[in-house]
Design a protein around this ligand. Structure first.
Ligand code: ZN
Ligand code: ZN
Length: 294
């Protein structure tokens, strides 16, 4: 069993110390035989990691806290390795809004999953999903507004054009909470006065409030594609080899006859069912040859 943990912390770091931190975190995780991706930058740390036991994962957490202080973790599980390798990378932004001026600093109207549900039940609010369209398609909060973003960098533009009144209570959420840290600052910059964010995101909500207001699965950025209500890897979705979005159509490859998964959009637009781009290419060649012979 793999123990997986998503975590971030906004924490000012000196540019000059980043490489040293990167290599020491890399060495520490490598020593524990971990996998995953951790990003460090001047604004802090953001990662999703997998360890082969709970004890090992705890060692990683203890190590992080010795550097960054208290951190919130969103844990989940998988029977197979969710990551290919172990990476620690330096980036300008630890989650990319495309604006280095937006740097979260401390708590900014965070709601626990329980407070979140209570506010939705008792007040007039807009629930806003700050994730991308390929994520909202497979799971979303009941009644949420979907900005249908292609990427997170489009969020500021969406806020400019959206018709949510500036004085409305806006409750926003994302996968693990990190995007909302920046999205809420962006909304405040654009004049929104009552912006709240779901602390720990969907992953924490699913853990603490199962079977409540979340509907569907939660997209994650690794081999699991998504996690279901039990925080276990999706049984339903695989990554469509043609577009990279989640797909839930089981297919038999027209070229190699192997089973695969595609999304409905690609099945329709390509008019072809293949397990990979390569098989699609080869299948096209075969069909073209046949057409020439005819
Ligand atoms: Zn597709
Ligand atoms: Zn194939």
């Amino acid at each position: 069993m793999f123990h997986i943990s998503a975590h971030y912390k906004f924490f000012p770091l000196e540019e000059a110390t980043l490489e040293e931190l990167r290599s020491s975190l890399f060495a520490f995780g490598e020593g524990l035989n971990m996998s995953g991706l951790v990003i460090v930058g001047a604004e802090g740390l953001n990662g999703t990691v997998a360890a082969q036991s709970e004890e090992v994962l705890q060692k990683w957490k203890d190590h992080l806290e010795s550097i960054f202080g208290e951190i919130t973790y969103k844990d989940s599980f998988a029977d197979t390795q969710p990551f290919k390798r172990w990476f620690v990378k330096i980036r300008t932004e630890i989650v990319s809004l495309g604006d280095t001026e937006v740097v979260p600093n401390g708590k900014n109207n965070h709601l626990s999953p329980e407070e979140w549900d209570h506010m939705i039940d008792t007040e007039d609010v807009v629930i806003l999903d700050t994730r991308n369209e390929y994520e909202t398609e497979i799971g979303i909060f009941e009644g949420a507004t979907d900005p249908k973003l292609h990427c997170f960098q489009d969020f500021p533009e969406y806020v400019k054009k959206c018709d949510i009144p500036k004085d409305k209570k806006v409750l926003m959420y994302c996968t693990g909470g990190i995007r909302c840290e920046k999205a809420s600052i962006e909304m405040q910059r654009q004049g929104y006065e009552n912006v709240y964010q779901l602390d720990g995101g969907i992953l924490r909500y699913m853990q603490e409030r199962p079977q409540k207001k979340w509907k569907g699965e939660c997209f994650v950025f690794d081999h699991r594609v998504a996690v279901n209500e039990d925080l276990m890897p999706s049984q339903r979705y695989g990554l469509c080899p043609h577009c990279g979005d989640p797909g839930d159509q089981n297919i038999t490859c027209e070229h190699c006859q192997k089973p695969g998964m595609m999304c409905m959009r690609c099945i329709k637009s390509l008019n072809r069912q293949t397990c990979s781009k390569d098989c699609a290419y080869r299948r096209n060649l075969v069909l073209q040859k046949k057409a020439l012979v005819r």
